[in-house]
Design a protein around this ligand. Structure first.
Ligand SMILES: *[C@@H]1O[C@H](CO)[C@@H](O)[C@H](O)[C@H]1NC(C)=O
Length: 306
């Protein structure tokens, strides 16, 4: 909230300055008070991840720089990070199941390991050939979820690799698709909303059959004659504060790049891009679902969902 006010003031001041004198390069610097996360570094799968289940359904290419997950009628598969992290920037490049992928779900998420768990989810719901995938996101805090948002993507996610990433610090959780913020969840502790701050999370990914709900609410079933279904991964970037599962705090808390001022809120350009996603690509937002939630969740206003 405070950051928002500050950047508005800065923008106004800059506009005024442009009015009175010429727009100098220094005023351009003033405008960009926030910044995109640091550029991810590509590392091999084995640096940060291990398979979780159905090891024989994961294949590695280019010296482990690329991994492919396979779903057939016997099983799906998944992998998880070796470490647990409290805050940071987590990114993955993915190419989703091409062709007829109805009924399949590919997920990339962060989750803590206890009962009152925190979770930050990307879930890609497959579809019939030529029909769009849906990207569903959700945030669980202290075991409470029910914060689904659904969007279509502005590109075909099965054609090329795109990056999907999460920035998580004390102030906010931001979901990015490439460089576009598609969702923000601000720390609304002051409004009585729990925020993940003391439970380390692992990063997970999996591909599985969910034709009881995934595509058109479960109407479209997985066509097993089209199996195996394959999702491809690369990059495997993790830049987080590694901690033990039991650790309550991160020793370097407040000192890492993601804690700094420019990552505590989105800037004007990022908020405009987010607004574009909400206007053009959003199918569902729990913040607007008055049937399910007669009273809107307190975080919705601060996240500028409404
Ligand atoms: C699949 O395609 C249909 C028809 O275009 C669309 O209504 C639906 O939202 C798409 N996605 C999923 C996951 O059902």
């Amino acid at each position: 909230m405070m950051m928002g006010t500050t950047s508005t003031a800065v923008t106004t001041a800059t506009a005024l300055c442009c009015f009175l004198i010429f727009c100098s390069t220094s005023s351009l610097f003033l405008l960009s008070s926030a910044a995109p996360p640091r550029r991810p570094i590509d590392v091999p799968f084995g640096r940060n991840y291990v398979p979780t289940w159905a090891f024989d359904h994961i294949k590695y290419f280019s010296g482990g720089n690329e991994a492919q997950l396979t779903l057939d009628k016997y099983t799906g598969t998944g992998f998880q990070s070796k470490g647990s992290y409290l805050f940071g920037h987590f990114s993955m490049q993915m190419k989703l199941v091409p062709g007829d992928s109805a009924g399949t779900v590919t997920a990339f998420y962060l989750s803590s390991q206890n009962s009152e768990h925190d979770e930050i989810d990307f879930e890609f719901l497959g579809n019939r050939s030529g029909q769009p995938h849906i990207l569903q996101t959700n945030v669980f805090t202290g075991g409470k979820g029910d914060r689904e948002q659904r969007i279509y993507l502005w590109f075909d996610p099965t054609k090329d690799y795109h990056s999907y990433s999460v920035l998580w610090n004390m102030y906010q959780i931001v979901f990015f698709v490439d460089d576009v913020p598609i969702r923000v969840f601000k720390n609304c502790k002051d409004l009585g909303v729990r925020f993940p701050f003391n439970q380390p999370m692992k990063i997970y990914s999996s591909l599985w059959n969910a034709d009881d709900w995934a595509t058109r609410g479960g109407l479209e079933k997985t066509d097993w004659s089209k199996a195996p279904f394959v999702a491809s991964y690369r990059s495997f970037h993790i830049d987080g504060c590694e901690s033990s599962v039991a650790a309550q705090f991160c020793a370097t808390q407040g000192k890492r790049w993601w804690d700094q001022r420019e990552f505590q809120d989105l800037d004007g350009i990022q908020y405009r891009r987010l607004a574009w996603v909400r206007q053009k690509w959003t199918i569902y937002n729990y913040c607007n679902d008055r049937k399910r939630y007669p009273t809107m969740s307190p975080e919705c206003a601060r996240d500028r969902d409404v």
